[in-house]
Design a protein around this ligand. Sequence first.
Ligand code: ARG
Length: 588
Amino acid sequence: MHASFHLAADLDRALRAAAAAAGLADAAAFAPEVRVADPKHGDFQANGTLGYAKARKLNPRAVADQIANALPAEVRAAFDHVIAGPGFINFTLKPAALLAWLNSFATADRLRSGASAAHAGQTWVVDYSSPNTAKQMHVGHLRSAVIGEAICRLLAFTGARVIRDNHLGDWGTQFGKLIYGYKRWADQAALATDAIEELERLYKLGNAATPDGSPELEEARRELVALQNGDAANVALWQKFSEVSLAAFQQIYDRLGIRFDHNLGESFYNDKVERIYRELTETTPPLAQISEGALVVFHPEHPRFKTQPFLVRKADGASNYASTDLATALYRTEHFKADGIVVVTDFRQADHFEQLFLTVRKWFAAKSYRLPELHHVTFGAVTGEDGKALKTRSGDVIKLKALLDEAEDRAFAIVSEKNPDLPEPERREIARTVGIGAVQYADLSQNRSSNYIFSWDKMLALDGNTAPYLLYAVARIHSIFRKAAASPHDPAHAAAASGLETAAEILLARKLVKFPDALRLATDTLRPHFLGLYLFELAGDYSSFNNADKVLVDEPAVRARRLLLCARTLLTLETGLHLLGLRTLTRM
Ligand code: ARG
């Protein structure tokens, strides 16, 4: 079998060629629409004949027959096909073709090359996490970090050069109040132990001490203006705020397996906004106009933004979130030569990004700048099981650090109960991987557009679509290899394997070959849960196989092919989980 006929895309190509070879009139208009089928019907289904035949008043079943009969020999050798219903062509991989696939896709690199080179040669900038400085990350910051990192890994796996950019909120009026508070009440000892906690306290004090209309507020404003004008003392303080914030953020990122290439926050664009104002006003007709003193962009073609403009410079002349984001889009295009830009934030920023992207499209077209693909990846809110915002008992927001600690502690209790004999350091290590993985995966396993209900019991459960379930499947396969005193990487299993025979073997193999399609779906839609769902189903098919067929049997050829299935399941689960940002274990 041709090594890449596992892909719906390859079947699609073969069907188009077959339509031409069959001499169909207007064959170029035939779109096969191949997709992964319900396993009851086969592996792939081509739906396109119906539309094609109907439009030409032909019999769809006859057309499907004609096309299928013109398929090249190598496709017919690999697939059985049936014409179903109104001309659907259902394809099922033959056991020999499945075995050939398993032989061929033996390493993560091989899976990568077989996956899809959808983004080969492209540069993608992914802007995620991007918290505001001088504040701790709280539970609301979890989703952007976790979803963003998974998207980075998916894009990289499909060939992109990925630039991870942490667009810190490190500029704005809050720094006047923070400096005001800092200069009066900073506690050096507290700064040495937990700087960011202390900065939060100082901001709260500064904010409380500067009510509207008070002389204190005037003083805080003067601190802000001094900072903006480059006053050495205030700039040094501000720099310190950024440094301690980043150091604290990095502790969280380390636990989540995240490493940014750049931390180009809002302040980085301070000297880049003048150009934006100029370019938006110098086009004919000008894209931006002055309205009540502010510089704004209307989008007359849009139902809401024709009356509700995008405010790109405030009436007092100050820049804002829109100005820096416009400058950011330009910088990413010019400096990083981005082919794609992804920004990951919660859905409440949807209007901002819609207006931003509309503006960027018109502005880049007016200036003949190359336009990258622009994606705002949104996600729903995190709530407790009661549907309300997640809070501590005392009603405060939950800090991300505390949340990750609790995940590890809870996982440690579970691991200790299940494996009381393991040495404590090993139990701690397992708990770290399971606890953090559970938090990451609880988020990634759901469609990101939905609100996400945070439930310790669900995410730590050993069954269901959870990290512990998947990590356990991985560990269990490792234990089979330990028992067999064999390595999953040993090519001998493939070499000695006999043809797949049992229903469970074939079902598992049919699931394994769908990995590239699941990967493609997750990457094309920037929705990691499609990959999660695939891994969950794969683990289920593996478990059925394991219950039905003993792996370590005496007949060498049967044992070899079952070890081959174990090895490929392991490879696929590990590759998939790593793509989602999780670590895996060999023992649990
Ligand atoms: N700092 C912002 C926030 O906390 C997110 C920034 C997202 N990135 C961007 N380019 N606007 O909501």
